[in-house]
Design a protein around this ligand. Structure first.
Ligand SMILES: Nc1ncnc2c1ncn2[C@@H]1O[C@H](COP(=O)(O)OP(=O)(O)OP(=O)(O)O)[C@@H](O)[C@H]1O
Length: 816
């Protein structure tokens, strides 16, 4: 190897080591790490290593290492330098934190800085592909253990949410991006302005306000990478814990050559944390214990605290002196601390200064859609058409419940809206009190007073049309988890904290709950709803309808006596229907036509759907003389579902339905198909329906049976008997005769029933054609058939049901 005059391009590693020998002997640390790396890189053999280990003390060991390596020549020295470079964090003494004042004259004692020394060596290869051991073996093993612990915690975390989804179609839940705001907290004045404006907004606009705007701001990865301490603030259920778990997962899965540590403490499990008297007890005792070399690991953590990240999730107070010391940096001064806390528990005195504040704001409009599509697939449209639910979903915890409620495929009907809210309330109470599921009902009973006082302030504020709860109902943290704080600056020196529900509809839900506790007020509220100034109270009614029902999930029966609830429901529905019956409120409607008040039949259907009460449905249908006029309505899937429910309750009489000029989505149409058996049509099928058929060829379910192609109706020959029967019913109601094409994709047992059903519809079919799989023939059988021929054709189909495909095709070739 050349050296000397080539120094600038290729320094001699050997000289470089030799020149620094004095300092290396004095300051090289973690010799075992250097030895192990030298051994791994093949510089030293077993025997040499143990000889070095046998030396008396550190100085001698270092001397021996340097001697052995330099003796081996340039290449070995180069490897040594490389090892020192890669492990310098642990093998070189830390450089002084503050640079010494330059005005001081250089003194004898001024240290030779090995960090500087090693960074001045020009290495030939800049990229690193060799894995260097960074610290003592036990530390590496501990890091591995921490990583697998963290992965386990993360899996368990998502599993808890997953168990909410029924059936075997559990979605893959994982982190969906959250809106994270790093700006300073909104000034109280701003809130005040916002609040004033709000009350004049229309309901949809008001609801939209809840959804945070997307910000290209900061990602979990960036939060993990930064050296800063972080304070994550946000409303209950907004995703703070989830964000910390995402950071943990990213850390556990990242391919990193660093030897670093990450710890997570759920501060709601305070007792263990409170009992931890030392750092060791906290990290090892409460979180995770090293399998070996405990002291070495602890030393490494203490000495290299810049490699440590600690998360305190849900911090409310300084529950232990160890935690306090960590926050104040008296312990592990260079460790990165991440704290999460709810907005109302943010303690400026505690966290100010050395924490970067990040506000977690929940899901944006786009991520709500992403989340629902991931959890619900096609069913998401049921939620997306409901603005209340969509905006509710900006709180991920609510989104979770909405998704879980809508995903229960096994249920005959989708769950009612109120059920989602009942589930939300039950789940929040359970999670926040860490109550076991089986004990939840009795837990709710013990919280009766607190829940009802929350309901009362909800009602009083709803009546005043404000989201502002001036009196805090109670101090109970469980009950408070439905609220967020609002700071209102009243004067220069006075800021008042009030509270608001996380979503307006949750306030309405609790208000409805309070009304049922005070049934003598219900009639008044019904009447108020008909008046323009109080029409917003109408939104309480569907909630009340379902809350009266004792079905599971239960809530009311834990809060008020059963018999009170019974008494109310005895008169409630009659009163409701009589108050909002279209004929009865015609007068009022005329009075308030300009104001846009429109209490309609759909509203009643929705109330009755919420109630799940067949008797109430019959009472309404009776009042309407079994005539359901929905003409001109715009029907979202959810109201369709409600209409279908009401119609289905009529077992004795068919309902005369008018769907003229309705605007209806395909999803909605599918809901309606469920009740067609009970319907008599006033008019030919509305045009709309045909359009539905047109778009839905590829969809499953009944609608897929029929699609209109030109003027041809397509029927795939696989499906269930009752579906074909409905197809026939539709064909018979067609305004003109139709051409029908049978798709024969595969042999199917349903064929026989199809043919039987179609025979009944022959009169209404003007032509029948047939299309088999490609492999049978390029051609297709097609023809306009006389009645008798059709009968023969059907016979053929019947025979084919008993034979295989190609034979059937031969039969067809010979013609009916
Ligand atoms: N980013 C996200 N992606 C997917 N699901 C999420 C997300 N954030 C939250 N969730 C869901 O919402 C639930 C509640 O969120 P999380 O526990 O993180 O709220 P939090 O802000 O910590 O609430 P609290 O203040 O009550 O502790 C989680 O269990 C998870 O199922």
């Amino acid at each position: 190897m050349h050296d000397g005059n080539m120094a600038s391009t290729s320094q001699s590693a050997k000289d470089y080591v030799k020149n620094a020998r004095l300092h290396l002997v004095r300051e090289l640390r973690n010799l075992s790490v250097i030895l192990e790396n030298l051994y791994q890189q093949g510089v030293l053999c077993d025997e040499e290593v143990s000889k070095i280990q046998a030396e008396r003390d550190g100085y001698d060991k270092t001397r021996k290492i340097l001697d052995s390596v330099t003796k081996k020549g340039e290449a070995a020295c180069y490897v040594l330098l490389k090892i020192i470079d890669m492990t310098r964090k642990r093998t070189l003494e830390r450089p002084p934190l503050l640079p010494e004042k330059s005005s001081d004259a250089p003194t004898e004692s001024k240290k030779f800085d090995l960090h500087h020394w090693i960074s001045c060596f020009s290495f030939k290869d800049t990229h690193v592909d060799v894995n260097y051991l960074q610290g003592p073996r036990p530390c590496h093993r501990y890091q591995e253990k921490l990583k697998s612990k963290v992965k386990k915690i993360s899996n368990e975390f998502w599993l808890t949410s997953k168990t909410l989804f029924g059936g075997n179609k559990k979605p893959d839940l994982s982190y969906t991006s959250l809106v994270l705001d790093t700006e300073e907290s909104v000034s109280p004045c701003k809130i005040k302005k916002l609040k004033k404006k709000k009350s004049n907004m229309s309901r949809p606009k008001k609801l939209r306000k809840y959804i945070p705007e997307e910000k290209p701001d900061i990602s979990p990865t960036e939060l993990l990478e930064t050296d800063k301490n972080i304070l994550l603030v946000g409303k209950p259920g907004i995703g703070k814990t989830t964000l910390t778990h995402e950071m943990l997962r990213l850390w556990a899965e990242r391919e990193s050559k660093e030897l670093d540590y990450m710890f997570y403490f759920d501060m709601r499990e305070t007792s263990h944390i409170r009992n931890a008297k030392s750092l060791e007890e906290l990290l090892f005792g409460v979180f995770c214990e090293p399998d070996d070399g405990k002291d070495e690991v602890l030393q490494d953590i203490l000495r290299h605290s810049d490699n440590v990240t600690i998360i305190f999730d849900g911090l409310t107070d300084l529950c232990s002196s160890v935690v306090e010391k960590l926050l104040k940096k008296d312990l592990l001064p260079l460790a990165k601390i991440i704290i999460t806390c709810r907005a109302d528990e943010e303690d400026e005195d505690l966290f100010s200064g050395n924490f970067d504040r990040v506000e977690v704001k929940g899901f944006s409009e786009q991520t709500i859609k992403t989340y629902l599509s991931a959890t619900l697939g096609e069913d998401q449209t049921k939620v997306l058409s409901n603005l209340e639910l969509v905006t509710l979903c900006h709180v991920p915890m609510y989104a979770l419940m909405v998704a879980a409620c809508f995903s229960s495929k096994d249920a005959p009907q989708p769950c009612t809206i109120t059920e989602i809210y009942i589930n939300i309330v039950r789940f929040f109470l359970q999670i926040n009190s860490k109550t076991k599921k089986k004990d939840l009902n009795s837990f709710i009973k013990t919280k009766r007073e607190e829940i009802l006082s929350l309901a009362e302030v909800a009602f009083l504020s709803a009546e005043r049309k404000t989201v502002n709860l001036t009196d805090l109902p109670c101090e109970d943290s469980c009950v408070l988890s439905f609220l967020k704080p609002l700071l209102i600056k009243e004067a220069v020196t006075e800021t008042i904290t009030t509270h608001a529900f996380l979503h307006y509809t949750v306030q309405e839900f609790f208000a409805a709950l309070w009304l049922l506790k005070n049934p003598d007020k219900i009639r008044d509220v019904f009447q108020q709803c008909l008046k323009e100034e109080k029409k917003h109270m109408k939104h309480l009614i569907p909630f009340m309808c379902r809350l009266l029902n004792e079905k599971s999930p239960s809530l009311m029966k834990h809060l008020i006596p059963d018999k009170d609830l019974k008494n109310t429901s005895n008169w409630f529905f009659k009163e409701l229907i009589n108050t909002f019956h279209p004929h009865l409120c015609e007068q009022e409607e005329a009075d308030t036509e300009d104001s846009g008040l429109h209490v309609d039949i759909l509203f009643l259907c929705q109330c009755l759907y919420e109630s799940q009460s067949p008797e109430a449905c019959i009472y309404l249908l009776d009042k309407l003389d079994y005539h359901l006029d929905l003409s001109g309505e715009s029907l979202d899937p959810y109201p369709c579902c409600a209409v279908a429910y009401v119609v289905t309750q009529s077992k004795e009489r068919k309902i005369l339905m008018n769907l003229e000029d309705v605007i209806i989505s395909e999803q909605g149409m599918r809901q309606l198909f469920g009740c067609l058996e009970n319907v008599e049509w006033c008019d030919p099928l509305p045009r709309q329906m045909w359009e539905i058929f047109l778009v839905s060829e590829k969809q499953m379910d009944f609608v897929s049976l029929l699609s209109l192609d030109g003027n041809q109706l397509h029927l795939p020959v696989d499906g269930e008997k009752h579906l074909f029967e409905r197809a026939v019913e539709i064909i018979q109601r067609m305004p003109t005769k139709v051409n029908v094409c049978l798709y024969w994709d595969r042999k199917t047992s349903a064929c026989q029933s199809l043919c039987e059903s179609l025979l009944e519809a022959l009169l209404f079919i003007s032509s029948l054609s047939f299309r088999g799989p490609e492999s049978w023939s390029q051609e297709k059988y097609h023809g306009t058939l006389e009645r008798e021929q059709k009968r023969l054709f059907m016979d053929l189909c019947l025979k084919a049901a008993l034979h295989d495909g190609p034979n059937f095709y031969n039969l067809l070739q010979s013609g009916p």
